[in-house]
Design a protein around this ligand. Structure first.
Ligand SMILES: [Zn+2]
Length: 420
């Protein structure tokens, strides 16, 4: 995109989030398979964050964190029945207050407006949530989702609207159960002496490739709608997916790298493409987007403004938190601090320590060798969780989402069990 680096600052924001998308299954993050040519092309024009972390390992808390720049212990979206408190000002609410047209096209059951993430969107199209509710884990939504978002951009252009816009599009297809896409998934087969076969991971890669094509169509539509040069594009994911790295499959069971490390790339007019190795959080998207749009975040958000990093500077070292609470059984938190990652299980008291520099896959727990370090990191983690919880306590909680028997069954089909 010639001339992008000297362009005027962006007026609009297109936020693309992809459910269950591991960073390391994209070409731009070094994956050996050609799963993501369209996302890779976007990455080549973007500032790409090589080490971006979600705040949790499932959809609702992670996206609530992205849209409010607060940790799960602050926004409290812990369970299948949690709803984001109206006391939080979401990115959409803030941009709406600044005169932006705001629209969202969503798919996942946890994005039903009862969960509170619709706050601030003039248009919140959840037609495909209802479809996901019916077809559940068999739902394929990327084509229709893309068409809806493209139609909105077209309608906007035709209306001659002069207001800036914030458009959020959440893709769902890489989520389990992974669907076979004719003409795509065949390309990700695993050869064996008995012929090609498809492992779960192969079909997952096919889902990424399928979704990537539709993301490509959405990105091309910015040009057709004549807004490409004035629109910042941010692509991210809510969480990753595990394929047996720690003995399990899916997500929402722990906080290891394969479920919390996600892609993050920002293509903004006036900002040259580069790769950034510094560890960042999905909470940073909110203040960074505001800064690049010429706005300042209000007090009380927990993410960092990465705009100075995008422009070649650096941030002081900091600790990042991730949290997971499911029903009565799971209550985990982890802290990343320099090379160290400590995970605490609040139910059992168990602590695990990893040296990410020598063990990025988090396979060797070295907590017994470093009791002082474990104690120090535990104190920091406790402090971060306490500070976050205080933010939540200062605001009134969101309403409880009443799920029907059918909705509970659909969530089980998607691999979510309240008893997990
Ligand atoms: Zn998700």
């Amino acid at each position: 995109m010639s001339g992008r680096e000297h362009a005027a600052p962006p007026r609009n924001l297109l936020l693309i989030t992809v459910d269950t998308l591991r960073a390391d299954h994209l070409g731009a993050y070094g994956y050996g398979r050609d799963t993501s040519p369209c996302i890779d092309a976007l990455a080549a024009q973007s500032v790409l964050f090589e080490d971006a972390h979600a705040s949790s390992s499932w959809t609702l808390p992670s996206l609530a964190s992205l849209l409010t720049s607060s940790y799960p212990s602050a926004h409290g979206c812990w369970s299948d029945e949690s709803s984001l408190s109206p006391a939080f000002e979401t990115l959409a609410e803030r941009l709406s207050r600044e005169g932006f047209d705001t629209a969202a096209f969503v798919t996942h059951l946890f994005l039903d407006r009862r969960y509170g993430l619709a706050q601030g969107f003039d248009l919140y199209d959840q037609e495909l949530v209802a479809k996901t509710r019916q077809a559940s884990h068999l739902a394929v939504s990327s084509p229709e989702l893309t068409r809806k978002a493209v139609d909105w951009l077209e309608r906007r252009r035709a209306s001659g609207s002069d207001a800036p816009f914030f458009l959020w599009v959440h893709y769902f297809d890489p989520h389990s159960n992974y669907q076979f896409h004719e003409g795509i998934t065949e390309g990700f087969a695993t050869p064996s002496p008995w012929g090609n076969s498809h492992t779960k991971l192969d079909v997952y890669d096919g889902e990424i490739s399928f979704t990537d094509r539709h993301i490509g169509a959405l990105l091309r539509s910015l040009g057709k709608a004549r807004v490409e040069d004035e629109t910042m594009v941010i692509l991210a994911a809510d969480h990753g997916e595990e394929f047996g790295e720690h003995g399990l499959y899916g997500h929402r069971r722990h906080l290891h790298r394969e479920v919390v490390q996600v892609p993050l790339m920002i293509r903004a007019p006036g900002i040259p493409a580069r790769r950034i190795g510094q560890r960042v959080s999905m909470l940073d998207v909110y203040p960074t987007a505001l800064a690049l749009l010429g706005l300042e975040a209000e007090e009380g958000i927990q993410g960092a403004n990465l705009a100075p990093v995008l422009r070649g500077g650096s941030l002081p070292p900091r600790q990042l938190l991730a949290e997971l609470r499911v029903a009565k059984k799971t209550w985990l938190a982890s802290i990343c601090d320099g090379p160290w990652k400590l995970t605490v299980d609040f139910r059992t008291g168990q602590r695990r320590l990893y040296d990410l520099e020598v063990d990025p896959a988090e396979q060797a727990d070295i907590s017994v060798d470093h009791p002082d370090l474990v104690a120090r990191l535990t104190d920091r983690l406790d402090m971060l969780v306490r500070d976050s919880a205080a933010i939540g306590h200062a605001r009134k909680p969101g309403a409880t989402v009443e799920l029907t028997t059918q909705e509970r069954a659909r969530l089980r089909d998607l691999g979510y069990s309240g008893e997990d």
